[in-house]
Design a protein around this ligand. Structure first.
Ligand SMILES: C[S@@+](CC[C@H](N)C(=O)[O-])C[C@H]1O[C@@H](n2cnc3c(N)ncnc32)[C@H](O)[C@@H]1O
Length: 264
């Protein structure tokens, strides 16, 4: 496992990695993550062609830049880690920047913001304050190994539905949507983010994947309705996961989550 994640991401599955790696299917031709976030399972997966997609265009642009730019860590270290600089960088409209500048902005804010949260206002502008645990970037080796691994992947901005409907027999998809219950606010991951009102449509996509011979692993919070719907056709495993309560130092709670798969 990478000693320090390249991208801090709320909902990252780093804590579940051992279980997830053991749950990967033995055989598949292509690895796909339609809600890729920091893609921590991808970085631990076998060498295979891959497709990583997410609705967050700043995130996908940053992964693309990490994939192609050997100098990116040095560029990031050149940006002063001060409060004044954080708010100056945050106020820049990324649509006025080139791909390299956008990636530097995204990765700098991600490293230094509160808890690695990605939240936007109604206009889609990133509005997370600077965190008090502002830290260093991972060592150059992590950037180098990530660049090498990302060479296996095609990266694309897409909704999960667009990605899932394009899959073919032989593909394997790790499906890890946000667990948000809220339907009305801009979402934990910005405008247009998945929420629980989209679950029915996602379950219909899972049935279609199964019919097409696409293997999938789906992770979600445990909820009795979801479990009873999915266990009719798929294998459902319950897990107890320790989660940090954001904003409260040393505070944790135990949450129940599920892993659902359509293969043995
Ligand atoms: C729980 S996180 C994924 C975490 C990831 N597995 C990891 O280990 O970092 C969910 C991701 O879904 C993305 N997302 C939210 N709504 C989406 C949608 N409708 N289509 C595609 N991606 C979406 C968010 O931007 C976020 O990166």
């Amino acid at each position: 496992m990478q000693s320090k994640p390249l991208i801090r991401w709320a909902g990252s599955k780093r804590k579940l990695l051992d279980t997830l790696v053991k749950s990967l299917p033995k055989d598949y031709e292509r690895y796909v993550e339609p809600f890729c976030g920091s893609a921590c399972l991808f970085f631990e997966s076998k060498k295979k062609p891959a497709l990583l997609t997410d609705i967050n265009s700043e995130l996908i642009n940053a992964l693309n830049e990490i994939k192609s730019n050997k100098e990116i860590r040095d560029q990031l270290l050149a940006v002063p880690n001060t409060e004044k600089e954080y708010y100056r960088v945050r106020s820049i409209d990324p649509s006025t920047q080139n791909a390299n500048e956008r990636a530097i902005r995204f990765l700098y804010l991600n490293r230094n913001c509160f808890n690695g949260v990605y939240r936007t206002n109604k206009l889609g502008q990133f509005n997370v304050p600077r965190g008090n645990k502002t830290g260093t970037f991972p060592p150059q080796e992590v950037f180098d190994s990530s660049r090498k691994k990302l060479k296996e992947a095609t990266l694309r901005v897409a909704t999960y539905h667009e990605t899932l409907k394009s899959l073919k027999k032989g593909d394997f998809a790790y499906i890890d949507p946000p667990y948000s219950k809220s339907v009305n606010f801009t979402g934990q991951y910005g405008l247009g983010s998945f929420n629980s009102s989209h679950l029915g449509a996602l379950f219909a996509d899972l049935e279609l994947l199964h019919k097409k011979g696409v293997k999938f692993l789906f992770s979600y919070r445990a909820c009795e309705e979801t479990i009873s719907t999915l266990q009719m056709n798929f294998n459902v495993e319950r897990l107890s996961v320790k989660r940090h309560i954001s904003g409260f130092k040393n505070s944790w709670n135990e949450a129940e989550e599920i892993l659902v798969k359509n293969y043995d």
